[in-house]
Design a protein around this ligand. Structure first.
Ligand code: 8YV
Length: 314
């Protein structure tokens, strides 16, 4: 039997690679020095495309893929994929929401606590043998009972809120619209939320709608005792303003999993002692990556079986 032809943009997890290899005719785009030219020659009869939130999909490719019906992307974010363009062309887009909410929220809390209690610095202090000679470590910031502002109360934001409520924190949130299914207080003004919050946690979507949402004004409102935690997208924060305000001591702390120009992180952030850094790893546990992989596979297979992906963006 002839196999369905798909394009794989980047090598995936073992599970994804093995499944695709076993069930589809896979065009491995990442091995092509000229992806555009390769697709122009081989794109006919391609019915599916598998990519990741990080690698996305270039609109220029689409004209070479006239038979494309489905895009299955590894990750919940799809800011690197033009969902509107796919919709226009009648191509379904599937992503991997929900299965990673707990895992991403865990890392947000980990970053928040780690930054507040200076976990990384403390570890280094002990390892470097400074404790016996320099004595007690500088005092940190408390977490329990503090104010936590959440920017983007979706599945991940709600999971962060539940966790921080367990630390007796008061939770407020800013969204495009208030939600009527949560116990948390809606704050229509992002600046007012930042002013109120000790910890401002970003769990909103990326893309043009949130580009530099967290700008100089918002960071100034958060202030010299405030902490910004970002597990959303690097583009949500004006990174230059963030760096500047940290250097001027007008912003307290930053705990970041994502950056504007990943994997490049500006030296000023890497060298700043009140910054905690992670290499975009909020969903990167064995268990969660397995669930995400399975959803990528299920979205694709289900589309070819029923005409509908499971987790449909468009
Ligand atoms: C992954 C992510 O790092 O889900 C997302 O949107 O950013 C992360 O879970 C990403 O999918 C890897 O490309």
């Amino acid at each position: 039997m002839e196999r369905t032809r798909i394009v794989q943009v980047a090598s995936g997890t073992q599970l994804v690679n093995a499944h695709l290899q076993a069930h589809y005719e896979v065009l491995r785009l990442w091995e092509q020095p000229d992806p555009q030219g390769y697709l122009a020659e081989n794109g006919k009869q391609v019915r599916g495309l598998v990519t990741t939130a990080g690698h996305g999909l270039r609109n220029e490719w689409l004209d070479s893929l006239p038979d494309l019906g489905v895009v299955s992307s590894f990750g919940v974010g799809y800011d690197t994929i033009d969902a509107g363009e796919l919709k226009k062309r009648g191509v379904q887009l599937g992503n991997t929401p929900d299965v990673l909410n707990d895992c991403v929220a865990d890392l947000a809390v980990c970053l928040l606590l780690g930054s507040a209690r200076q976990l990384v610095r403390g570890d280094r202090y002990v390892r470097d043998g400074r404790w016996p000679t320099e004595g007690a470590f500088p005092l940190a910031q408390s977490v329990s009972g503090k104010n936590v502002g959440i920017v983007g109360l979706g599945g991940i934001g709600s999971a962060v809120a539940r966790r921080m409520a367990g630390f007796d924190c008061e939770i407020r949130y800013h969204n495009r619209k208030p939600r009527d299914d949560t116990p948390y207080t809606f704050e229509p003004s992002l600046a007012a939320l930042a002013q109120w919050a000790d910890y401002l946690v970003l769990t909103c979507v990326g893309g043009p709608s949130t580009h530099h949402l967290i700008n100089r004004e918002i960071l100034l409102a958060l202030g010299p005792k405030g902490t910004v935690v970002n597990v959303s997208r690097g583009t949500v924060i004006d990174e230059e303003a963030l760096t500047q305000l940290l250097l001027e001591d007008k912003l307290g702390f930053a705990a970041l999993d994502v950056f504007e120009n990943e994997p490049e992180v500006p030296a000023a952030l890497r060298e700043h002692e009140r910054v905690t850094l992670m290499p975009h790893a909020a969903s990167a546990t064995v268990e969660t990556r397995l669930k995400m992989s399975q959803r990528v596979i299920d979205n694709l297979d289900r589309f070819f079986e029923t005409g509908e992906v499971i987790s449909r963006v468009v």
